[in-house]
Design a protein around this ligand. Structure first.
Ligand SMILES: [Zn+2]
Length: 115
């Protein structure tokens, strides 16, 4: 369950954010997650609840926004959405593609209460 390691790094960042912004408590966190990360929402929520005990983020609402995997063909320049791990350009059948999105793991926004 790699969700736990993801949650730990998020909690580290939230702790720093809370310190810098003098927040006593974090009430809401919005995460942007690329589908390449293969995060299972239920598992992530469970991991967050368990790991956030005794942190400033305990009890925070977790909003998850998933980003599709997208790629650009380096042969013809076409941009397309990758489905079922099919990394082949639909325009020219090229197999030389580069990812343009899908591996994000971003803390998009945080709400909290000041100390
Ligand atoms: Zn192409």
């Amino acid at each position: 369950m790699h969700e736990f390691s993801i949650v730990e790094s998020i909690l580290d960042t939230l702790g720093e954010l809370a310190g810098k912004n003098r927040l006593a408590r974090i009430t809401s966190v919005t995460l942007t997650i690329g589908r390449l990360r293969q995060v299972v929402p239920e598992t992530l929520r469970f991991a967050f609840e368990a790991a956030s005990k005794d942190t400033v983020a305990h009890g925070a609402r977790l909003e998850l926004e998933f980003v599709d995997i997208r790629a650009r063909c380096t042969t013809c320049g076409a941009k397309f959405r990758v489905e079922n791990n099919y990394y082949i350009c639909g325009t020219c059948n090229g197999t030389s593609v580069e990812l343009t999105s899908g591996d994000e793991l971003i803390i998009q926004s945080v709400e909290g209460e000041e100390a």
